[in-house]
Design a protein around this ligand. Structure first.
Ligand code: ZN
Length: 254
């Protein structure tokens, strides 16, 4: 293991881009199903087969339209289906970590929302186990106070369900409206077995995240230094607008 870096998305033609990523010197890629799971299991299987030649760390980002704490039960079920479809494709392509934004608090108290999300996570873990999919659910730290996904509540969810976590450092910065102290975060997540990360620049207001912007290499260096200092091995997916270009810049920095 080591710190691995790659882009969010393959810019189309995933099957043939793995080789290109590898030749550029990148180590990972996150498959973006953010607008829906359209990839067939067959193509996912071909990607997994092709990747045996390249050895990239593949992860999957499930669709954005997910709310495991919706007032509408049908929406919860649809959300679970989107995540589980992502898990199935992920399994076929050899992706271990399935990343998603879990829920919105809506009118719920923080604790009620937590319990509802926990219930769905446990139910999905049962389906994953039953199907023999070799994947781990990784809810992501989110960039808005209205969204479930504060760092501490996700760490609690990891402890109570054995799920993984995706630490989006840009979202943390937006959520807490300050440059997060990377070393503190790294120490907090150090002992979590299943973890992955997102990084980019971020523009935000008092309401939180507005959009991802080019990576601040000064901040990227601070993060890499913190990970090295604490000897934390993790995959970092770059979510800046130029995902490939910024991933390469970060890889150089590393
Ligand atoms: Zn992210």
């Amino acid at each position: 293991m080591a710190i691995k870096i790659g882009p969010a998305g393959t810019n189309g033609d995933s099957l043939n881009k793995l080789k290109v990523l590898k030749e550029l010197g990148l180590d990972a890629v996150e498959m973006e199903f953010v607008r829906g799971v359209q990839m067939s299991n067959e193509l996912a299987g071909k990607i997994g087969e092709e990747n045996k030649k390249h050895g990239l760390v593949i992860s999957v980002h499930a669709p954005y339209y997910i709310n495991l704490a919706s007032e509408d039960k049908a929406k919860i079920e649809a959300s679970k289906k989107r995540i589980l479809d992502s898990c199935e494709r992920g399994h076929h392509m050899g992706a271990k970590y399935i990343v998603f934004h879990a829920a919105y608090y809506g009118k719920l108290s923080l604790e009620d929302c937590f319990q509802i999300v926990l219930k769905s996570v446990v139910e999905m873990q049962e389906v994953i186990k039953k199907n023999g999919w070799d994947v781990v659910l990784c809810p992501e730290t989110t960039g808005k106070a209205s969204q479930f996904g504060d760092l501490d509540e996700l760490i609690r969810l990891v402890k109570e369900t054995g799920c993984g976590i995706c630490i989006d450092f840009a979202h943390l910065e937006a959520r807490y409206a300050k440059e997060y102290n990377y070393i503190d975060v790294v120490r907090k997540i150090k002992r979590i077995e299943h973890k992955t990360a997102h990084f980019s620049g971020i523009e935000y207001t008092t309401k939180g995240e507005r959009k991802h912007i080019p990576t601040d290499l000064g901040k990227a260096k601070k993060l890499l230094d913190a990970l090295k200092k604490e000897k934390v091995d993790i995959t970092i997916i770059c979510e800046a607008p130029d995902t490939w270009g910024d991933a390469l810049k970060m890889k150089k920095l590393l």
